[in-house]
Design a binder for this molecule. Structure first.
Ligand code: ZN
Length: 251
């Protein structure tokens, strides 16, 4: 995907530039691949981050924390993305990533974990994701969070919630009460999505009730962030949870 097309695809992209190396000294073995990170303001102290692999953009979050720190939600597709995220947050936001929450154990969520761990970032994951990461040979998360898990990270309250199976059996959502953001990851489709995406590990029968559990737990949610694609669609009444439910009802 060309840069020009990426801009069209992603709509309001305020900052985009390529990084071939982070500012800190990374392990040589994982510093060689170029990566591009897009950052887009989403709410006070919260940015959407977007990394792209095989022309598929994936969404994550950067959350400002105390003392010029930052929390990531999801890590990009690869160690190169993980390093590029650290560099982008440092160079463009003037912040140092201290923590990252991963929302399930697929590459577009945990791909950058090794690079983050190499830079001292503390990793948080739901218990099922933590077990799968270890089984897959990734570093064990510092924090295997039993749902619902309330955490305060650099002064910012978050909740890690397992709503039930859906996109995977381990998918969690992240709630940011200060900004009323639900980060849904791949469990939540974009309002613009026309299909359920990768369902190789999905639990289609369980997914609708899991979607309803997120709606019931966070009725005050103002922004629902899907794992891929835009947050809003043509009809403002149809958010990502509603779109996912509709796709499950008539895939
Ligand atoms: Zn996935």
């Amino acid at each position: 995907m060309s840069v020009a097309r990426r801009f069209i695809f992603s709509g309001l992209v305020l900052v985009a530039c390529g990084h071939t190396a982070p500012t800190a000294s990374p392990p040589a073995a994982i510093a060689s691949s170029p990566s591009l990170v897009e950052l887009e303001p989403l709410a006070e102290g919260v940015w959407l981050h977007r990394t792209t692999h095989d022309e598929i953009p994936a969404n994550g979050l950067v959350v400002a924390t105390a003392d010029d720190g930052a929390l990531l939600v999801d890590t990009g597709w690869s160690d190169a993305d993980g390093l590029a995220l650290l560099a982008a947050v440092h160079d463009r936001l003037g912040r140092t990533v201290t923590d990252a929450i991963v929302t399930h154990s697929h590459d577009d969520r945990v791909g950058g974990v090794r690079a983050l761990v190499a830079h001292g970032v503390h990793i948080h994951a739901g218990t099922a994701t933590a077990a799968k990461m270890v089984a897959d040979g990734l570093p064990a998360p510092d924090d295997a969070a039993a749902s619902p898990a309330a955490r305060t990270i650099g002064g910012v309250d978050v909740e890690i919630f397992f709503p039930g199976a859906g996109h995977t059996r381990d998918n969690v959502v992240v709630w940011l009460p200060a900004t009323k953001i639900v980060f849904g990851g791949c469990f939540v489709k974009s309002p613009a999505a026309t299909d359920l995406g990768n369902i190789a590990d999905a639990e289609l029968a369980a997914w609708p009730a899991s979607i309803a559990a997120v709606r019931a737990r966070y009725p005050q949610a103002a922004i629902i962030v899907p794992g891929h694609g835009p947050i809003t669609g043509d009809d403002p009444a149809i958010d990502g949870l509603a779109r996912t439910a509709a796709l499950l009802a008539a895939p």
